[in-house]
Design a protein around this ligand. Structure first.
Ligand SMILES: NC(=O)c1ccc[n+]([C@@H]2O[C@H](COP(=O)([O-])OP(=O)(O)OC[C@H]3O[C@@H](n4cnc5c(N)ncnc54)[C@H](OP(=O)(O)O)[C@@H]3O)[C@@H](O)[C@H]2O)c1
Length: 348
């Protein structure tokens, strides 16, 4: 039995479970709020400390009674405070802040789960273009949970994938690995996202009057998630993100060409081999998923339609950008790192 320091909630811990003190930096942001809500009821979390920047006034996380403390603007001071408060630190910060903090945290002995893009890109020149504040990403594990469990177990620094890449990679990687895609197939990803994907601060593109009753395209050939998808798929990707008037959720319609002769059964068997028994990936076949199916969950649901005669394939992949695309995938990674049941704290 343990008492949750921040909430006062008393919970039974399974005897086999590892327990951890955790901290969330960026707890007042959209992703950070979700993290705090999930970690506050996580059975293996013995204490939860939450931090904001030193610039904002006091804010609350809905449904959580704990205090959110200001973080020292100096990375060394912030890292020392976080490492003293926690064994595992979740960074839900802009990438520049993560780039400054994570190495110091690791040096101070903490394990770090970063939600920003700061440590996702391996190639130094590509990283310098998209994430110029990151000096070095060596040793970071790319945290697409279903695909990287072995590396995650011992990771000191986890770079959680972006929300758009999570939906895209879970959908395309099994097909590429099974050799079902035609040589040189274009990968075209038409993605719709709710507005919370852009974070809490409104810009001209994201404020209510621009988004209400509107759909808009942005970042074509100029979005940093393209680099992340191309790195993982090792193929060019045409990625077209669009904002739709929803608060949360991503739906990607992915256009592919498959090898001549590929059948629906081949597709089922590739997705089945990748995801049979996976608690958080739904293989939906011809029943194409929608955002409502996955909102507020850690699920990514994947369906498809094949035109065998022309060897054209459309895959639809859906997730909640704040959950499987951010906070709950980070908790899933935490569970793997701690040797816990992967669903701990993630099922309703
Ligand atoms: N939103 C998504 O769907 C999503 C999905 C996947 C990954 N991510 C990534 O997750 C990270 C957080 O995203 P978000 O959407 O939650 O952002 P957000 O809503 O803008 O929140 C940012 C958080 O970081 C804090 N912060 C900002 N600068 C700081 C600094 N220098 N030192 C300490 N704290 C600082 C803010 O605190 P104050 O309240 O004090 O300003 C706030 O708590 C980003 O890297 C983003 O790319 C987001």
């Amino acid at each position: 039995m343990h008492t949750h320091a921040a909430t006062g909630v008393v919970a039974e811990l399974p005897l086999s479970a590892a327990a951890a003190r955790v901290a969330v930096a960026g707890a007042t942001g959209y992703a950070g709020q979700e993290l705090v809500a999930l970690l506050a009821r996580h059975p293996a979390v013995t204490s939860l400390a939450a931090y904001r920047s030193d610039r904002s006034g006091s804010r609350r996380v809905p449904g959580w009674a704990g205090e959110i403390q200001p973080l020292d603007p100096q990375p060394a001071g912030a890292a020392a405070a976080l490492a003293a408060a926690a064994d595992v630190v979740f960074l839900a910060l802009p990438e520049a802040a993560s780039a400054a903090l994570a190495p110091a945290l690791v040096a101070d002995g903490a394990r770090v789960i970063d939600l920003s893009g700061a440590f996702r890109i391996v190639d130094p020149a590509t990283r310098a273009r998209w994430y110029p504040e990151t000096r070095d990403a060596d040793g970071a594990v790319y945290g697409l949970t279903e695909r990287r469990r072995v590396e995650l177990r011992a990771a000191r620094l986890v770079a959680c994938p972006g929300c758009y890449p999570t939906a895209a990679l879970l959908a395309v990687e099994p097909l590429a690995e099974a050799g079902l895609l035609a040589d040189g197939s274009d990968i075209v990803i038409d993605a719709k996202s709710g507005i919370s994907g852009a974070g809490r601060s409104a810009t001209e593109r994201t404020h209510f009057c621009e988004c209400h009753g509107n759909v808009s395209t942005y970042g074509v050939f100029n979005h940093r998630h393209t680099a992340e998808m191309e790195q993982e798929l090792r193929r060019p990707v045409t990625f077209v993100p669009q904002l739709v008037p929803l608060d949360r959720g991503i739906l990607e319609t992915i256009y592919l060409r498959v090898r001549r002769g590929v059948t629906d059964a081949d597709l089922s068997s590739a997705f089945g081999a990748a995801y049979d028994g996976e608690p958080f990936v739904g293989v939906c076949g011809a029943v194409l998923p929608s955002i409502r199916d996955v909102a507020f969950t850690n699920r990514c649901d994947i369906g498809w339609a094949l035109d065998a005669a022309s060897a054209r394939l459309v895959v639809v992949s859906c997730l909640d950008n704040l959950r499987k695309g951010a906070a709950s995938q980070a908790v899933q990674n935490f569970n793997v790192m701690m040797g816990l049941d992967e669903t701990a704290g993630l099922l309703a």
